[in-house]
Write a protein that binds this ligand. Sequence first.
Ligand code: HEM
Length: 128
Amino acid sequence: ERKIISQFEMVGEETLHKIVDAFYKRVKLHPDLSPIFPDDLRETARKQKQFLTQFLGGPPLYTSEHGHPRLRMRHLAFPITPKRANAWLTCMSQAMDEVGFSGPIREEFFSRLVITAHHMVNTDDEYE
Ligand code: HEM
């Protein structure tokens, strides 16, 4: 029996959760990001674990609880500048480094996040 393995299975749930926790630890400390995030990031991290699980082809945890992600629309409430998109990606890359997540699966996952982060941009840097 051949089986197609999802990116979620390649990353692994434990590693994904570690990446998300390391990521929000950095978001909290980042001068460009922390002002637009809630003080308590536990619920944000919980939703992000659900979202990234399904983003990587795992079970649809986010949609089951919150409905269709409509991510760009959900981000319109926040000024997402190109500078913030880059800060978000830097925090994510450092989080991946911290947990020792590397290799082709990291490159594939991260490049999908680059596309998604740029898609979230809804405000120019100079208007922020
Ligand atoms: C929620 C910022 C990119 C996925 C949020 C929130 C902020 C934010 C401020 C609200 C947090 C809360 O109220 O709990 C940003 C910024 C980004 C970015 C500055 C830079 C480009 C992304 C990307 C993804 C993503 C690339 C997915 C790969 C989510 C999810 C939520 C969220 C799943 C929770 C939505 C919900 O409330 O149900 N983001 N985000 N974000 N973001 Fe982002």
